[in-house]
Design a binder for this molecule. Structure first.
Ligand code: CMP
Length: 155
């Protein structure tokens, strides 16, 4: 199984509620490999670039106001099937619909304030990683304990 990368962003509600550490721990405990991380404030221009497919939707003005309101933490995780694995861990877009046990199901009661964004396809992942990170900011590394998370040939 080829390893892939996904873009994950802890949104302003996650920082304001002090949930970054708790949710990051879930990804780490799952065994996902963190390869890049930075804190930044999203500008309206970057919001329009990131959410290009939603700019014409009725909820976009509120989404832009929300996503630019406080800092975010942007990350890249790497691993086999990591795009799907992270989306499964997040649950449905709306915290009201997300299954209990998923991140949104456990911590969110909102469609907009759903705590964490994650890429939904390899094309989105490549595009979104490119918005927030230079290639030189992404670390290629092999954690010492990786051999205790996946058998040889799985990663
Ligand atoms: P995200 O996974 O980052 O992708 C698009 C975001 O738009 C989504 O999470 C929510 O934060 C927001 N969003 C999606 N649908 C709605 C909606 N109907 N009303 C308000 N915000 C929404």
């Amino acid at each position: 199984m080829a390893s892939e990368k996904t873009f994950v962003m802890f949104k302003p509600d996650c920082l304001e509620r002090g949930l970054v550490g708790r949710i990051l721990t879930r990804f780490e405990e799952k065994g996902l490999r963190l390869v890049a991380m930075k804190m930044l404030r999203i500008t309206p221009a970057v919001a329009k670039q990131h959410y290009a497919e939603h700019v014409e939707k009725p909820f976009y003005p509120g989404l832009e106001e929300f996503i630019t309101a406080s800092p975010v933490v942007a990350c890249v995780f790497e691993g086999p099937e990591v795009i799907r694995v992270v989306r499964d861990m997040l649950g449905a877009t709306s915290g009201l619909k997300a299954t209990a046990g998923t991140i949104r199901g456990d911590y969110s009661s909102s469609k907009q304030m759903n705590l964490v964004h994650a890429s939904d396809s390899s094309e989105s992942a490549e595009r979104e990683i490119g918005i927030y990170f230079e290639p030189s900011e992404i670390q290629a590394w092999d954690p010492t304990l990786a051999c205790w998370y996946q058998a040889p040939g799985e990663a």
